[in-house]
Write a protein that binds this ligand. Structure first.
Ligand SMILES: CC(C)(COP(=O)([O-])OP(=O)([O-])OC[C@H]1O[C@@H](n2cnc3c(N)ncnc32)[C@H](O)[C@@H]1OP(=O)([O-])[O-])[C@@H](O)C(=O)NCCC(=O)NCCSC(=O)C[C@@](C)(O)CC(=O)[O-]
Ligand SMILES: NC(=O)C1=CN([C@@H]2O[C@H](COP(=O)(O)OP(=O)(O)OC[C@H]3O[C@@H](n4cnc5c(N)ncnc54)[C@H](OP(=O)(O)O)[C@@H]3O)[C@@H](O)[C@H]2O)C=CC1
Length: 410
């Protein structure tokens, strides 16, 4: 492509000769972004010097962004290392986290160092299935019933149709729901190392054609919100979405006192009154202190879809003081994330800083077997969330929360 003056391109957009999203058709991606910045700078009081100062090739971001003007840079830190005994994760991991909340890395690091001092945490993915739930129109419950009976009898044909669009994805299940004259089919896929939302959507689109051809149902929307993507929803908390993953650890009382400045009993009481009773009274979907902090920071660092933090952070934290025969007390701590949607291939994971963050974890790209890298990522994030819960509950129990944020967060 010939070199074009970005100011000239900006003029053409300002004059209405060119639409702002067509700039890449006239110039290379860097020049197009520069032209857009000039335009925005002219039309607003903004100085976009920092937004312009990014290190990746703009063309590499083509599948991740439209109307690119530059990059939003979020500081990235690292917590750990922490030993993880997982179904897929095995060994010591540093957890990269991108955030602007002072004290968060310190807190997660404290939790992880506590976990490290007792030999590490255990983590397992207990369920895996990325969902897409189209909604169909029928003329009433009789047709709805006919449709879901057909679906039950034809899961193999639906699988064949769906899997014709992907070499990695596998259809696991199709769960029907009926509301009046609407039929929802919740398709669940093993998307291996991909988070899988594009994969599941494309595969479900193909399966829907078969449903429409063979039943009275007519597709209204490929996503009918029972999926449920990027909205707080009980269905994800109950049925799971992406990876359902649990991490736990047993911390002896003397370690709780030495490293977290409190006792197992105090942490357990804070967890019950705050995370369980307080959350119940609030009508909360999540019963945890700040799983979203770790999930969001890990998502930003490793190129996950940040909007899925809505359901990915849906977690229940349990903390129990367990008394031993010798009268000492241990703290049993667990975090269960019901719907953690993560991938190590596809989406934002391909971008350079995000790919490097996955390299820190040793989990960049496809795993062997396929799916094992995304499983391991889910397990490490769950251990990170567990560390965050331990440290914050300890800070609350020992009344250190405000002082911690005075020291580190302002
Ligand atoms: C700040 C601490 C960790 C101090 O805690 P401390 O015990 O006084 O720290 P320490 O200096 O004794 O160090 C203990 C360990 O903490 C780590 N650590 C300590 N300092 C650093 C640092 N600068 N950088 C990195 N790591 C640090 C490090 O691992 C260190 O061990 P070492 O490696 O030295 O053996 C503690 O008071 C704490 O964790 N407070 C809680 C803060 C927190 O969790 N904030 C989260 C955000 S709160 C929020 O967003 C949600 C909320 C609260 O609204 C949700 C709700 O409603 O509950
Ligand atoms: N379409 C939608 O409705 C939504 C899309 N998104 C976006 O979707 C993107 C994520 O979708 P996703 O499908 O994960 O990613 P991609 O669309 O980037 O597709 C990833 C592809 O990688 C291939 N692949 C290669 N190796 C592996 C492996 N080991 N395991 C699995 N797949 C592998 C697969 O190809 P193949 O299938 O040919 O085997 C897979 O389809 C994000 O950008 C997200 O923001 C988010 C929410 C909704």
């Amino acid at each position: 492509m010939t070199t074009i003056d970005p100011a000239e391109l900006a003029d053409r957009v300002a004059d209405g000769d060119l639409r702002i999203h067509e700039l890449e058709e006239e110039a290379d991606h860097e020049t197009a972004a520069q032209a857009r910045r000039l335009l925005v700078e002219r039309e607003t009081d903004a100085d976009l010097e920092a937004v312009a100062d990014y290190t990746f090739d703009a063309e590499e971001a083509d599948s991740a962004i439209e109307n690119m003007i530059g990059a939003a840079q979020v500081p990235m830190g690292v917590a750990g290392p922490v030993p993880v005994d997982g179904g897929a994760a095995e060994g010591d991991y540093y957890l990269p986290l991108a955030t602007t909340e002072g004290a968060l890395l310190a807190s997660v690091n404290r939790g992880l160092s506590t976990i490290r001092s007792v030999g590490g945490a255990t983590a397992r993915v207990t369920k895996n299935g990325m969902t897409r739930a189209p909604v169909f129109r029928v003329d009433g419950v009789a047709e709805a019933s006919e449709t879901i009976e057909w679906v039950a009898d034809n899961v193999d044909r639906l699988r064949e149709a769906a899997e014709s669009t992907t070499s990695h994805g596998e259809l696991l299940d199709v769960e029907p729901y009926v509301v009046g004259d609407s039929v929802y089919l919740r398709f669940a896929y093993d998307t291996k190392d991909a988070m899988g939302m594009n994969m599941a959507t494309i595969a479900t689109g193909e399966a829907c054609e078969l449903v429409e051809a063979e039943t009275p149902a007519s597709l209204v929307a490929l996503s009918g919100n029972l999926c449920s993507d990027k909205k707080p929803a009980a269905i994800n908390a109950v049925e799971g979405r992406g990876r359902s993953v649990t991490a736990d650890v047993l911390v002896p009382g003397d370690v709780v006192e030495e490293r977290l400045h409190t006792t197992p009993e105090a942490i357990a009481e804070a967890n019950t009154r705050k995370n369980l009773t307080g959350s119940a009274k609030a009508g909360s979907l999540g019963f945890n202190a700040h799983a979203a902090n770790v999930v969001a920071a890990a998502f930003l660092a490793t190129g996950q879809d940040e909007a899925q933090v809505v359901e990915a952070a849906n977690a229940i934290t349990t903390m129990d003081a367990r008394t031993n025969e010798d009268g000492t007390t241990d703290l049993y701590a667990s975090v269960s994330l019901a719907s953690l949607e993560v991938g190590t291939v596809g989406g934002g994971t391909k971008l350079p800083t995000q790919a490097e963050a996955l390299e820190i974890l040793g989990l960049r790209g496809g795993g062997d077997p396929a799916g094992s890298n995304a499983d391991a990522l889910a397990e490490v994030i769950a251990v990170g969330a567990l560390a965050g819960e331990l440290s914050l509950l300890a800070a609350l129990s020992s009344r250190h929360l405000a002082s911690a944020h005075e020291d580190l967060g302002r």
